[in-house]
Design a protein around this ligand. Structure first.
Ligand code: ADE
Length: 233
């Protein structure tokens, strides 16, 4: 069981996004649970403000320390420990499958979603254990990255995927991209399913798929292909 806590100004966005399909089913089955905590509920400001101008000037607003810290402490006091706490930021280290597997071993994880121009550095220093980016592009807030991470981590939690959906033969397992898949009909739009897949010859099928995976990886992800070769040695 992994408990995910998401500190956010947009709790509905997070819950609506994660309550369907495989992750929704895992929540229903009690294998994971996700709680979105509204940072605004914890502000002591009488106008419910959670941000202010940056010291030193500059564009945009900065999320203040107090509401974030109090929202965080409400979780810490409830569960009686300070779990790993992830701040979603393009300044972080890039999220990878290996990190998803590592996080899937935790009992509790807190995600902090920033907005506006940033978050007061002092609260980050106080609560954050991991700075994580989901890629080299800039989003308007940390909610989508948090949802991406919750999804990727959840599917590594035992019982979330069925045997059929199981992760082990997928992309990144051994640094290769997935081979192409086909389903009925045998011919669609003038295109035929590769003959070998209809042959029933399992060894040939496996060999063909591996070759396809290698070709795709060479072509689209030469960086991954290098790792594949190193690991084969
Ligand atoms: N916040 C804004 N952009 C982001 C990104 N690429 N990864 C994580 N958090 C972000």
């Amino acid at each position: 069981m992994v408990h995910f806590y998401v500190l956010t100004l947009f709790p509905d966005m997070v819950m609506d996004g994660l309550n369907t399909s495989v992750i929704g089913r895992a929540i229903q089955n009690g294998i994971i649970d996700i709680e979105a905590v509204n940072i605004r509920d914890y502000t002591t400001n009488k106008h419910k403000k959670v941000d202010d101008y940056p010291y030193g000037g500059g564009a945009g607003m900065v999320m203040q320390a107090q509401p974030i810290y109090d929202a965080y402490m409400s979780i810490v006091n409830r569960i009686g420990k300070r779990p790993r706490t992830i701040y979603l930021t393009p300044q972080g280290s890039v999220f990878k499958q290996s990190l998803a597997k590592e996080f899937a071993l935790e009992e509790d994880l807190i995600f902090l979603c920033g907005h506006y121009e940033g978050v007061d550095e002092r609260v980050l220093e106080e609560i954050v254990t991991d700075y994580v980016s989901i890629g080299d592009y800039v989003l308007t807030g940390g909610e989508l990255p948090a949802m991406v991470m919750v999804d990727a981590i959840s599917r590594m939690v035992p019982g979330v995927l069925t045997n059929q959906e199981s992760g082990e033969t997928e992309s990144f397992y051994n640094y290769l991209l997935e081979y192409p898949q086909y389903s009925r009909p045998e011919e669609w739009n003038g295109k035929k399913v590769p003959q070998v897949l209809l042959s029933g010859h399992h060894k040939n099928i496996a060999a063909w798929r591996l070759e396809q995976s290698i070709e795709r990886t060479k072509e689209h992800r030469p960086d991954l292909y290098e790792k594949y070769l190193e690991q084969e040695d």
